[in-house]
Ligand binder design. Structure first.
Ligand code: SF4
Ligand code: SF4
Length: 165
């Protein structure tokens, strides 16, 4: 199946809700100086991250964000993973490396994004691996294109490879 790019993004958005990314201890997005901005508009409560916050520039504004260790890891990343997993910020809850690969599909643009410090190569690799093996849970017989008319079936089981990844 070869869907247009905007439809692919709709599909992956749907997939994110029915088939969450299988992290399995990866933590690539918790490392490599990735910025986690606190989003009060999405319910983040700064009091939950006391001692782990800093102000930093994001999109030209000084914003409250999670602090990083000297090596670039998130301040809340421990040997066994996220130490605040049950109350991790909205940015972490919503992050899906498969979406990053979908949004930046070409190798050249991915390399530029790595060079510009937007995302690490490890995140792209994690996203590529998980996208290539993606299957919808058996209880989900169809995937749906999200549009103004509601859901429109676009296919049965689908994998990243079938989407041309
Ligand atoms: S990079 Fe992807 S697989 Fe790894 S922890 Fe982040 S969301 Fe999960
Ligand atoms: S708060 Fe947890 S999930 Fe979010 S970047 Fe830090 S260690 Fe990772």
């Amino acid at each position: 199946m070869d869907l247009p790019r905007d439809e692919q993004m709709n599909v992956i958005e749907h997939i994110r809700t029915v088939s969450p990314v299988r992290c399995a201890g990866c933590t690539a997005c918790c490392r490599g100086d990735q910025i986690v901005v606190l989003r009060k508009d999405l319910g983040d409560d700064p009091r939950l991250y006391e001692g782990g916050l800093a102000y930093g520039e994001y999109k030209g504004e000084m914003t409250l964000m999670l602090n990083r260790k000297p090596n670039g890891d998130c301040i809340f990343l421990g040997p066994a993973g996220c130490k605040v997993y049950d109350r991790r910020p909205a940015t972490c809850q919503n992050f899906d490396c498969r979406r990053i690969v979908m949004a930046i599909p070409s190798a050249g643009r991915q390399a530029r994004a790595v060079k510009d410090g937007l995302f690490s190569e490890e995140i792209f690799e994690a996203g590529r691996q998980r996208l290539a093996t993606l299957v919808i849970h058996p209880s989900e017989e169809k995937i749906y294109k999200v549009d103004a008319d509601g859901g429109t079936p676009v296919g049965d089981y689908i994998t990243g490879r079938e989407m041309g990844i």
